[in-house]
Design a protein around this ligand. Structure first.
Ligand SMILES: Cc1cc2nc3c(=O)[nH]c(=O)nc-3n(C[C@H](O)[C@H](O)[C@H](O)COP(=O)(O)O)c2cc1C
Length: 268
């Protein structure tokens, strides 16, 4: 007979091992189907890459990726985005450091209300709605570019923090890139070549917690325990020397600073 204490200890161990395994082998259940079209295979195998090799990307491929962004759908076809592009020397010149993760090319993706500012003046009393649409549209364009890159065999990652590359460094990027009023830098899409085989897909929340037939299901919160454990284990493996609480404090401070700047874009 084992004691209650030991029982809970072994249960905890079992969960940790199960979640560790899930972390390294994770893939969406739908990916195991054999009849998937290429586009879906691409979506299920896409990964964020954090280590690029020295290879370059051809101008034709860059053009195709940027056009995939331009041809994304948008609210009333307003195309409320701007893409500020950099090759390695241009990034170095602007930021005095290499592209994060030694990428070959970078695109700062902005929600842009400036280009259509005359049109938006007709909607002056709805700044939060206007900006939300602009952000949503730019996000879709970003994802179109991300998938276009994958289809061309080019790896990528979107960044909003690492290397001062997005929303959390809005004030910095506004100054560095000369962004006018109404242009909010959301994320940098870093593109490059990688020869690394990436480990399992980072844990996804369970389908039942996310997909809600007919009505919102508040009770889904309980389903997040394994996902949260896997995220935590992933953090520990990825940052063995980091202190989780210190990291949280760091992000909280950075986000509070960014909050003050970004609020202006929502008219508050
Ligand atoms: C808008 C956006 C911003 C992100 N910012 C960062 C970042 O600053 N640093 C980073 O290492 N990863 C960043 N990521 C990558 C996410 O961590 C990654 O997408 C997530 O862990 C899931 O992994 P996967 O893309 O390989 O499926 C960002 C992703 C998105 C979509």
């Amino acid at each position: 007979m084992i004691s209650t204490e030991k029982f809970y200890f072994y249960c905890g161990m079992f969960r940790t091992i199960k979640n560790l395994l899930a972390l390294f082998t994770g893939s969406p259940p739908a990916a195991s189907r054999t009849d998937l079209p290429e586009t879906l295979k691409l979506i299920f195998s896409r990964r964020s890459c954090r280590s690029f090799a020295s290879g370059d990307i051809s101008p034709e491929d860059i053009e195709a990726i940027l056009d995939a962004g331009r041809f994304a759908p948008s609210t009333v076809n307003l195309q409320t985005w701007s893409f500020i592009t950099f090759d390695r020397p241009q990034w170095q010149q602007t930021f005095e450091r290499p592209i994060p993760f030694k990428g070959a090319y970078a695109v700062v993706i902005c929600a842009d209300q400036n280009r259509l500012s005359e049109l938006f003046s007709d909607f002056a009393e709805t700044p939060a709605i206007n900006m939300s649409f602009a952000i949503f549209n730019a996000g879709i364009a970003a994802m179109n570019m991300n998938l276009a890159a994958e289809a061309l065999g080019i790896q990528s990652i979107m960044l909003s923090e690492t290397g001062r590359t997005g929303l959390l460094d809005t004030a910095f990027l506004v100054e560095k890139l000369g962004l006018p009023e109404g242009v909010l830098p959301l994320t940098t899409l870093v593109l490059g070549r990688s020869t690394l085989k990436l480990p399992g897909i980072p844990p996804r929340q369970p389908r039942a917690a996310v997909v809600m037939p007919q009505r919102y299901q508040p009770e889904c919160k309980d389903m997040l325990r394994d996902w949260f454990d896997q995220m935590f284990i992933g953090f520990k493996i990825g940052h063995p020397l980091s202190n989780f609480d210190k990291q949280l404090a760091f992000y909280r401070k950075k986000m509070l600073e960014a909050e003050q700047t970004v609020r202006r874009y929502f008219g508050r």
